[in-house]
Design a protein around this ligand. Structure first.
Ligand SMILES: [Zn+2]
Length: 394
């Protein structure tokens, strides 16, 4: 039996459920930390697990270039390499090809590009993307799609979406069914409701184990993103999991869960951790700020992570200012912990039928924090994703 999802409770449009995969069951709504190049940066697999995270994401583009998909397969697959026993979702590589690779040439069959690492020439087709994800050992494989630029005119967005739908059919054909594994289709169509509806109909006609809403978190802003979810999600099959790719801030996640999204990934918690930013129950704190230099309080008294239970804001500030490795490690741990606690709280609130009240409490906590307004800038998922891919290796 392929990967499956079962709904266990609803509250309004929000859903709680369980995703069953070859590497275990995961409760949804779920936030998946991003393990770009076969590691969640600055975290051991045990540390990721200790936050409550049960599913992570791997990047096809980065892994196909280095160390190479065939090599990962010879070494026992991505789970074995990372020592990660839980499920892994891999993206298709398309997003990074468009945002990172040099000399991209797109045609009906696929995309040819040069590696940003050494200039070597590579080709990604729907069939090859699915094959790479199988070699990596992904529990959830994503269809290769064309990332429609934002903004795009309606005719451009329509052509791009229709090519992605043709590619989705080829991905379905290329996918080798295996127990506990599944293939997700990706809804495109930019901000045009009619195109989103056409895309949903095309994907539902092919049939997938899950559906992602793509082409968001590309700079359109939260109101436009929520508007796309409002017109897209009611059209999707209710029995399948729904994944919002590359999103987002805690506030994005609250709004998307309330609209019926089940799965998320984003570089924001890990990337922000490495740059000294902490997401807390009282808003965002920038640990670089000198006002933390002698602050003996914990980062977030409500958080069970080592950064909060064993250290002060002053020490974390010192580590970040001194560019010590432990600073990014502790803040990454904290941010992933915060995202896991946030999604666990949402799951429990859905089961209890008090999601609206719970979200109001969470938002009141953020508003009650003492962070100055300037600490709250810079958490745009699109900017974070681009910065993540262009970051020089340590
Ligand atoms: Zn913490």
């Amino acid at each position: 039996m392929s990967l499956s999802w079962r709904c266990s409770a609803t509250d309004g449009a929000a859903r709680r459920g369980v995703l069953r995969t070859a590497h275990g069951a995961v409760e949804t709504p779920v936030f998946m930390p991003v393990g770009t190049a076969g590691t969640v940066k600055a975290m051991t697999a045990d540390a990721v697990r200790a936050t409550g995270a049960r599913m992570v994401l791997g990047n096809t583009y980065h892994l196909m270039l280095r160390p190479g998909a065939e090599r990962v397969a010879r070494l026992g697959g991505l789970h074995r390499m990372m020592d990660w026993q839980g499920p892994i979702l891999t993206d298709s590589g398309g997003f990074q090809v468009m945002s990172l690779a040099a000399l991209r040439e797109m045609d009906e069959q696929g995309v040819t590009f040069r590696s940003h690492l050494d200039g070597s020439r590579h080709r990604l087709t729907p069939e090859r993307s699915v094959e790479i994800q199988r070699l990596l050992g992904a529990d959830v494989t994503m269809c290769l799609d064309e990332c429609t630029p934002f903004p795009a005119s309606e005719p451009v967005a329509a052509d791009s979406m229709r090519r992605s739908m043709r590619w989705a059919a080829r991905c379905r054909e290329a996918f080798v069914p295996r127990p506990g594994h599944g293939l997700f289709g990706i809804v495109q169509g930019s901000t045009y409701p009619a195109l989103r509806a056409e895309s949903v109909a095309a994907l539902a006609g092919i049939g997938f184990e899950g559906y992602a809403v793509g082409g968001l978190a590309v700079g359109e802003g939260q109101p436009a993103m929520f508007a796309v979810l409002d017109c897209t999600l009611p059209l999707l099959p209710a029995s399948a999991p729904r994944y919002l790719m590359g999103v987002g801030t805690p506030a994005d996640i609250l709004g998307a869960v309330r609209r019926g999204i089940d799965m998320f990934d984003c570089v924001i918690p890990t990337r922000s951790g490495r740059t000294g930013r902490a997401y807390t129950s009282r808003g965002v704190l920038n640990l670089r700020n000198a006002r933390h230099a002698e602050d003996a309080r914990p980062l977030d008294p409500a958080c069970p992570c080592p950064a909060c239970t064993r250290h002060s804001r002053a020490y974390l500030h010192h580590l970040i200012k001194a560019a010590e490795m432990l600073g990014p490690m502790l803040l990454t741990w904290h941010n992933i912990q915060y995202y896991q606690d946030l999604t666990r709280g949402l799951r429990e609130a859905i089961s209890a039928g008090r999601l609206d009240a719970h979200c109001a409490e969470v938002e009141a906590g953020w508003a009650a924090g003492d962070a100055p307004p300037e600490d709250n800038i810079g958490d745009d998922p699109a900017a974070a994703a681009l910065a993540e891919d262009r970051e020089a290796p340590l």
